[in-house]
Design a protein around this ligand. Structure first.
Ligand code: HEM
Length: 164
């Protein structure tokens, strides 16, 4: 009896991990765009709660991107040296970490909102805080749009030192 060759080969697991990477990235992007659209001074309770939810979804998906990315480097890609020898890979990791660090500001802001929201009060969001959050989200969205370019170049070996 012949079995499906795909199920026996590492191709399927590689494809699934790659899919996990893309799906996490898409969820991150969608959550950031939604969060960006919701930001406004003095939001009502519903919008404030949605901003917190989109930030949590973004955080979980960002961990998914990181986890699947690490799995691809170590086990399901073209061998870890293929990536670690390429400066574009480190630019990509650096861009991811920069976006991640920037996202601490909105996340800490929303954690502080949990206190008034739990008491049934609205968080105080001034015009300047809303503008600041919007700009941070703009930069994060731009970063997330640029990282796939670095990824596409890196996956094709652009930037790798020439051998021999
Ligand atoms: C530190 C975090 C990350 C690591 C370690 C990582 C690692 C990887 C690896 C190993 C690949 C496989 C390349 C190949 O096919 O040989 C890959 C592909 C890819 N990554 Fe990431 N990644 C990370 C973050 C991200 C982020 C944040 C995004 C999107 C914003 C992203 C988007 C992509 C895309 C689109 C590809 C496919 C490139 C292609 O095949 O053309 N990655 N990543």
């Amino acid at each position: 009896m012949t079995s499906l060759p795909l199920l026996d080969s590492p191709v399927l697991s590689r494809a699934l991990v790659a899919y996990g990477h893309y799906l996490s990235f898409m969820v991150c992007f969608a959550a950031l765009v939604l969060e960006r659209r919701l930001i406004r001074p003095q939001p009502d309770r519903r919008d404030a709660i949605w901003m917190v939810i989109t930030d949590i979804v973004y955080g979980i998906a960002a961990l998914g991107v990181l986890g699947t990315g690490i799995l691809r480097v170590l086990y399901f890609g073209q061998g870890s040296a293929f990536y670690t020898e390429n400066p574009l890979f480190w630019w990509k990791v650096g861009a991811y970490l920069t976006v991640g660090t920037l996202s601490l500001y909105p996340t800490i802001t929303y954690i502080l909102w949990a206190i008034p929201l739990r008491k049934g009060e609205l968080p105080q969001v001034s015009e300047s805080l809303a503008t600041r959050l919007k700009w941070i989200l703009n930069v994060e969205i731009l970063g997330f749009a640029l990282i796939p370019l670095l990824a596409a170049l890196m996956a094709r070996g652009v930037g790798r030192p020439l051998l021999g």
